[in-house]
Design a protein around this ligand. Sequence first.
Ligand code: SAM
Length: 257
Amino acid sequence: MTLSEIKHLLADRGLRPLKQFGQNFLHDQNMCRWIVDQIQPVSGARLLEIGPGLGAITEGILQTGAPLVAVEKDRGLAAILRERFDHLSNFDLREGDALDLLPELGAKENFPVVCGNLPYNVSTPLIMTMLDWPQPPRRMVFALQKELGQRLSTAPRTKDYSALSVIVQAEYTVEIVKKLPHTVFYPEPEVESAVVILQARAEPLVAAEKRQAFRALVKKGFSQRRKKLSNLIGGTDSRRAEELTVEEWAAVTPESQ
Ligand code: SAM
């Protein structure tokens, strides 16, 4: 949808972009197409889109024929999505808050690919929820706040390296593949955005049995990031949380805690 089509459609329904729902609609057609290409639906695999909005990415995904479940919280936008796509057999809209719906969706259904131009205020809890699914996604393609993209993808000894970086990178390789200019959105966001791809590792760096202990240790370590590791696990290790690679965090996690 072009910028003027979006403005007209919203005005026609008496809607306006809601800041509290993180609504910044993509209107650049080339960018929408490019994002759909990154999603690379595995043939036949079901896809999940979080926050389809007015359907900027949804439309291109549905054109590939991939079966798509889309979760949208805004009832007004959900009504528009139904008008646009309900006649397509591969479109399945679930209305509601993704934070509430995702745990059950992941418990009952399998989504190897998840995508979305995510509402910025809930991006982190949404990603963490999917990491806890019995079968976490193999590939995630998200438009995100650039700072979050940096935190997800950064290496040790950087200011953005955090518990989130370590926990996510234990299971995924993470790459910022494109910075998004403000001008591709309506309204233009105050924060900078980027497209980030999370691709599941063939083998996670932490064995499933150790995962909870690993995450707890990493969170505790970064909550006191200036302290030495010896404070956390005993011994004489004088390194600090931000100096350890993901593999090293896995190695210092005891078998059971
Ligand atoms: N995908 C559309 C696009 O690219 O134009 C809209 C993206 S906009 C950044 C975020 C979308 O997520 C909005 O449609 C908003 O209503 C929806 N949203 C916000 N919070 C949500 C939540 N907790 N659960 C589901 N959808 C949510």
